[in-house]
Design a protein around this ligand. Structure first.
Ligand code: UD1
Ligand code: CA
Length: 450
């Protein structure tokens, strides 16, 4: 990108239609706040970003700083419209020449390629570029009004449009590129004499034309432009984002048995020849190496799965899990902060938390690491080649030595030496003939009662 670009991200809106205590731009799409998607898209093409936030939006500024430490924050004191929001950013702009690119924090599907195209179309000869799209249902979007020569003359908001204008399907996607040499004067001309009583950024087009400046439109597919104003919009945008992530995974050599039922996160990393079964949900912070199989109905977040591992069906991998090469994690197994080393098997009904499971260890069905005492978490260390009998409770802190066995049903509270067997359960006793006598007694009773 040769043109010097300053990006202004508008995120100060009240978002009343979301009915939420959380600012709209912090609502996640594919586990990443909408603002994160926008910041990542603009990071590729801008030198300076300014995020415009409302007065009580410290959480938005903090989040912006975490994703883009160089981004500046501008506070819009009162939410008086998109034009007013841009005005709030003006004092932060350092560059004198180049392009100001205005994007909305509530439009997370916008592609950086489209934004680059807009910046390139925004030339000294045509100093205003609007992002347009053909809407299947133009609903509340602003309409792009063109003259007889097909040149953009103004943008009219749905509220202020006449019947003829309402019928226009070419709509305003929200983003706008304006040459910096015209930005201040055009923003200064905005007025709030409209139905909403707001300073509309969209009026920049009309003022530019009045000064004899020409305005262009860069069109993008409707799917990229969808804005989020309500929870229903949020769900629609999530679907589109998931569609993109699934398509990308498959293009990279991942088999999705039923793509529509697999949910990924924006930061999911998946290697080649991974197979993911139906109804798998992958939350944030998951890295899956090549050759891994994730069977249906598994839920993963915050974990690393190494080559050749087999996960699920019905497995739950929680944050801090490191699942080693060729490990098997079976049904109804939950791992959390657990390092499971190469070739270990945890196949059924088990909780492994705050623990290490050594290489090739076998964890029997129903094993529980009792890691929490109500106040603190404690560590369980299981050695290589250990064999944990079914239904063992390992009360942490506790260490099972390499190659040791624990008897089924044991509650292990003391360390077990390498290669030893630890059993902790009461002795079995047997009463010969007891069951037959018991049955006989009840059968006679029942007959008598007939
Ligand atoms: C806006 C456009 C409309 C376009 C649509 C595309 C205007 C006047 N209208 O309408 O033409 O079709 O987006 O999605 O620009 N914001 C502030 N401060 C404010 C008001 C808004 O920062 O005072 C921010 C919001 O946080 C949001 C963005 O600007 O990220 C857009 O505001 P919103 O109220 O959602 O505008 P729309 O009604 O959707
Ligand atoms: Ca909007």
């Amino acid at each position: 990108m040769t043109t010097e670009t300053v990006t202004i991200i508008l995120a100060a809106g009240k978002s009343t239609r979301m009915k939420s205590a959380l600012p709209k731009v912090l609502h996640p799409v594919a586990s990443l706040p909408m603002l994160g998607h926008v910041l990542l898209a603009v990071s590729k093409l801008t030198r300076q970003s300014i995020v415009v936030v409302g007065p009580n939006m410290q959480n938005v500024s903090d989040y912006a700083a975490s994703i883009a430490p160089d981004a500046r924050i501008a506070v819009q004191r009162e939410q008086r419209g998109t034009g007013d929001a841009v005005r709030a950013a003006l004092p932060q702009i350092e560059a004198k020449a180049g392009v100001a690119l205005v994007v909305f924090g509530d439009t997370p599907l916008v592609r950086s390629e489209t934004l680059v195209e807009m910046v390139e179309a925004c030339t000294p000869e045509s100093p205003v570029t609007v992002l347009g799209f053909l809407a299947a249902d133009p609903a509340a979007y602003g309409r792009l009004v063109k003259d007889a020569q097909g040149k953009l003359t103004r943008i009219v908001e749905r509220k202020d449009a006449n019947e003829e204008e309402i019928a226009i399907t070419l709509c305003n996607g929200g983003a706008m590129a304006i040459r910096l040499e015209h930005l201040e004067s055009l923003i200064a001309k905005l007025a709030s004499n409209n139905k909403a009583g707001e300073f509309y950024l969209t009026d920049v087009v009309e003022h530019a034309r009045a000064e004899g400046l020409s305005c262009s439109v860069v069109e993008a597919p409707e799917a990229d432009i969808q804005g989020v104003n309500s929870r229903a919009d949020l769900a629609a945008v999530e679907q589109e984002m998931q569609r993109r992530l699934r398509t990308r995974a498959m293009a990279n050599g991942v088999t999705l048995s039923d793509p529509d039922t697999v949910y990924l996160s924006a930061d999911t990393i998946i290697g080649q020849d991974v197979t993911i079964g139906q109804n798998v949900v992958i939350g944030p912070g998951v890295e899956i190496a090549s050759g891994v199989t994730i069977k249906p109905f598994s839920h993963l977040e915050g974990g690393k799965i190494e080559e050749g591992a087999l996960i699920g069906p019905f497995a739950r991998i929680r944050p801090g899990s490191e699942i080693g090469r060729n490990v098997h994690i079976g049904n109804f197994v939950e791992t959390k902060k657990a390092k499971v080393e190469e070739g270990a098997k945890i196949n059924h009904l088990t909780y492994i938390g705050d623990a290490r499971v050594g290489a090739r260890a076998n964890i029997g069905a129903g094993t529980i690491t009792c890691n929490y005492d109500g106040f603190n978490k404690h560590f369980t260390d299981i050695g290589a080649d250990a064999f944990i009998g079914s239904n063992s409770a390992l009360v942490a802190p506790v260490k099972i030595g390499d190659g040791a066995y624990t008897g089924s049903g044991s509650v292990i509270t003391k360390d077990v030496a390498a290669d030893a067997l630890a059993v902790e359960r009461s002795k079995q006793f047997e009463k010969p003939g007891w069951a037959a006598a018991f049955r006989a007694k009840h059968t006679t009773k029942n007959k008598a009662g007939e």
